[in-house]
Ligand binder design. Structure first.
Ligand SMILES: [Zn+2]
Length: 479
């Protein structure tokens, strides 16, 4: 209450000074009854307050002085405080740090609310995820290296040295299964093999593995033995993120002799274990041979068709081969899985294609025409020939090149569309005069094909399929 005393004195002093400065009244005013002076809203009378002060005021030294405290807004409380019993009391709640929230909570509308995120188990991460910086991150596979080892033995249990062990990676994309070669290794003198982590992941083709977990399977082959294919179980590849895949002992069976099954002109040759592949091959040949013959209408080279299932080594390059003598492929573990549309599609295109080679390969022609005729036959049978896209050059075609095969098929298809019967007449002409000259594109296009067509096809092949006018001219000097 010191301040109130001081205020009172201050007011009185002001008054006194006022008197002192006003010589005419002098100190007598102090004693004047009912003399009222207004000064700063303070009514001052000499004895007591008249009129009586309002309830909010105290009468001090004849002055109505506003009472002290928040009830009288003198002073009012800060906005964080409530005025209770004329005292400013800090409001309750986290907004006023009274009390403040734990560090795991946010103060929202004056309530402590648990923060969001896995760090606060709100919500927790699913299994297999790790909470990092409040985000659920897929747990990295266990760190550590991978390796694969095993031993290749013969039927007596002795190690086979020099067998090839090929490591393949499998991936699935758009429902299609892709198997990609990673590396291979030969077994040591005691038949063992070992792929170290660096062999697998740091090799030239290690990038094909992608991120772990990896999916592996092994192909093992050696001359004189039946190929083996090693999965984790059934036909599921081995999933490996870390650690060692110990394949154990793999027994290679002796190759023995090929089995045979024959029906009519068809014979299928296969090893033990390839029976299902053999059945599919026989059925497919019987289905497609008449359709191929209906399109080609030439005398087949041979009275018989042999379909041979090779080992990987016997097959050498290429999954499928067709020649005048027959057709060859490898019976892989998936080759007989025709419930898989991808495998069914393989059979439905490979058989008519190779069968077309088999029937008319003896008719001499350039390589692009050989593949074009085989592909035209296949696409026509499957009713899926499409010549609406721009063609690729076929003039230098060699090896397997599907876009070029398809363009070459169109070279025949479009002429056949324009002149129905053209294709069969062309083959008939080639059969009647199976001249070596037809091996040259110049002669084949400018003479054989153009004669059947009725006018020069040079522009057709130059404009669409990458041929060069001068080269065709140079190659047309066959007698
Ligand atoms: Zn071909």
């Amino acid at each position: 209450m010191n301040s109130i005393k001081y205020l009172s004195c201050f007011v009185i002093l002001l008054f006194l000074f006022g008197c002192i400065s006003d010589d005419t009244h002098g100190p007598e005013q102090n004693t004047t009854t009912n003399s009222v002076v207004d000064d700063n809203n303070t009514s001052i009378i000499e004895e007591g307050c008249d009129p009586v002060c309002d309830a909010k005021y105290d009468c001090i030294s004849n002055s109505c002085i506003l009472k002290q405290g928040c009830d009288y807004d003198n002073p009012a409380c800060d906005h964080d405080y409530n005025c209770i019993g004329n005292e400013c009391i800090l409001k309750k709640g986290c907004q006023y740090n009274n009390p403040r929230c734990d560090s795991e909570y946010n103060c929202i509308n004056n309530d402590c609310v648990l923060k969001k995120g896995c760090q606060y188990a709100n919500p927790k991460c699913d299994e297999g995820y790790e909470c990092i910086n409040n985000y659920c991150i897929l747990e990295p596979s266990e760190s550590g290296s991978i390796s694969i080892k095993g031993e290749v033995v013969d039927s007596t249990g002795s190690g086979i040295s020099g067998a090839t062990v090929q490591l393949t990676s499998q991936s699935v994309s758009n429902g299609k299964i892709y198997r990609m070669y990673i590396l291979d290794e030969k077994t040591t003198a005691d038949g063992s093999f070992y792929f170290s982590d660096s062999d697998i992941t740091e090799g030239e083709l290690g990038y094909r593995l992608g991120e772990p977990p990896y999916y592996f399977f092994l192909t093992i082959y050696k001359e004189g033995y039946i190929d083996e294919f090693i999965y984790d179980y059934d036909e599921t590849p081995k999933e490996l993120s870390s650690g060692e895949w110990n394949v154990g002992k793999i027994t290679l069976s002796d190759l023995g002799t090929r089995n045979e099954m024959s029906e009519g002109r068809f014979t299928v040759k296969y090893y033990d274990g390839d029976e299902e592949c053999a059945e599919i091959a026989m059925d497919s040949m019987q289905e497609y041979y008449p359709q191929v013959m209906e399109i080609l209408e030439v005398e087949p080279y041979s009275d018989t068709t042999d379909f041979t299932f090779n080992t990987i080594l016997e097959q050498g390059y290429g999954d499928w081969l067709g020649s005048s003598n027959g057709i060859w492929t490898v019976c892989y573990p998936w080759t007989d899985n025709i419930d898989n549309p991808q495998i069914a599609d393989m059979w439905n295109t490979a058989i008519p294609h190779e069968m077309a080679h088999h029937v008319q390969l003896y008719l001499k022609k350039p390589y692009w025409a050989e593949e074009g005729i085989a592909q035209y036959t296949t696409k026509t049978i499957n009713d899926e020939i499409d010549c609406s896209e721009e063609f690729v050059s076929i003039v230098d075609l060699h090896g397997e090149n599907m876009p070029a095969y398809d363009s070459a098929a169109c070279a025949f298809h479009m002429l056949e569309q324009e002149q129905p019967g053209f294709f069969q007449e062309l083959l008939q002409t080639m059969e009647d005069d199976n001249t070596n000259c037809n091996r040259e594109s110049g002669y084949f296009i400018k003479t054989t094909m153009s004669d059947v067509y009725g006018s020069d096809l040079t522009e057709y092949f130059v404009g669409n399929f990458g041929f060069d006018t001068e080269t065709l001219e140079d190659e047309n000097h066959c007698p």
